[in-house]
Design a protein around this ligand. Sequence first.
Ligand code: G16
Length: 539
Amino acid sequence: MIETVTTTPYTDQKMGTAGLRKKTAIAMQPHYIENFLQSIFNTIPSLETKSFLVGGDGRYFNNIAIQKIIKIAAANKVKKLYIAQNGLVSTPAGSCIILKNKLDGGLILTASHNPGGKNGDFGLKYSTSTGGQCQPHESQAILEQTLKITEYKISNATDFDLSQIGIFHCEETEIEIIDPYTDYIETMRNIFDFNKLHALLTSNFRFVFDAMNGVTGPYGKKIFEEILGAPEGSVLNATPKEDFGGLHPDPNLIYAKSLVDLMYSDNAPDFAAANDGDGDRNMILGSHFFVSPSDSFAILTDNYKIIPAYKDGIYGVAKSAATSMAVKRVADKLKIGFYEVPTGWKYFINLMDSKRITFCGEESFGTGATHIREKDGIWAILFWLSIIATTNKSVKQIALDHWQKYGRSYYLRNDYEGIAQEIADKLMSDLENRLPELTNKRFGNFTVSSAHPFIYNDPVDNSSTKNGLIVHFTDGSRIVYRLSGTGTNGATLRVYIERYVTDKLLEESNEILQELSKVSQEISHVCTLTGKQQPDIIT
Ligand code: G16
């Protein structure tokens, strides 16, 4: 039986950098998710011919939301849903399943690296047949639907058991519960030399992977322990939990603290990595060494020939504007294409589909390639392990060699969190208005060479996007300002600070960037406008 339920719009369902992200309590309001799902379906023609993947990172409220998706999709006459067994699929594996099975898209329930649980966050990433998240014009169309919705359709079927692989129906819609691992693991096997990796992980090389109680625990167990032979127990926090066991599943120096402490202890393993809640982010650590995401991306690119899938060449690379320039130096040396896009993996999709690029990377702990249309935490780890297995060098030595060859972009991101939206908006618009006056101005040892908003003109669909403000200095240093699009608590100002040097290669980033951090405050007036004397988080 299909019911038509009368509803009224919620006015806060605009998608951010990566889908809809809300406090769980907000997402649990009556009709909230129903409105959003119906709004998505309202934008998709011929639903009776369409198939979608459904799954997520296992966070609180996902199971309830998945049942709603099944019933609303069925009421809207969707042809078929592929549901990940137990509702668990990583964001990269989801993209892989959509592409391999030529699905029309997916509803991936995750707020990524944001905390979970009743008091945490809930999220939904809507992917299309590209395997990646919807484009800005598509999210705009969905937003418009959310603002005028008056009813949604839902089946009154009882809840379904998602634990057994198999096929059943809800109304006319076919529902197939699928194994979320096989397609993804096969894809990894086709990219990397698993024999070489097996030899490394069964040697005396000490490897640790922290899944942070997110969805990549079972993927990590299967790939690193069962297939590649790492000792049992190499995968930490391997069971997906609704509240991530109280962890903030963001793989960085602050939130993956126990892993970082281990890697800086006397008993440090050779290599450690962590993923976020939905498995698209990665952090790489060596013994007493942290690889910044921008450096990691540059190093992977420089070593592309090591990987069987890329040995014949790569098209080019792209990074978000906020990411350091390290990879550009590699692209220039390799004479491959280089692109700079706004923050958000969706902006890489056109470049990948048009074969302009093969790899992409972001400062926000994301790296990936054209095998899927999302960033991929496990892919990055397998790539790093392949470099180590081939070169026989430590993580630190690999990074040092890279810096000796190319110089080093010292890099920090300063986050000012929980700012009132009006203040954050004012800060950005005032700063944008002041940008023209900054050119040739001197701040301590740094002189501004140019300052402008970052505007991206997509070479494929000719769309234009403005995202963030960039200040360039005469010595090549840069400061980028932008507001985060993934938070759920007021606004977060992100300030990305970068300085390129060729001599002092093993200094502390904090020290090298101390003066520039102060300059970033002076230029933006952040302290006066927010009352904060320093960033809340420095990564
Ligand atoms: C998402 C996007 C990334 C982006 C990141 C940070 O990652 O997919 O492309 O870099 O958010 O965005 P912001 O600076 O706006 O908070 P994830 O892992 O949260 O899906």
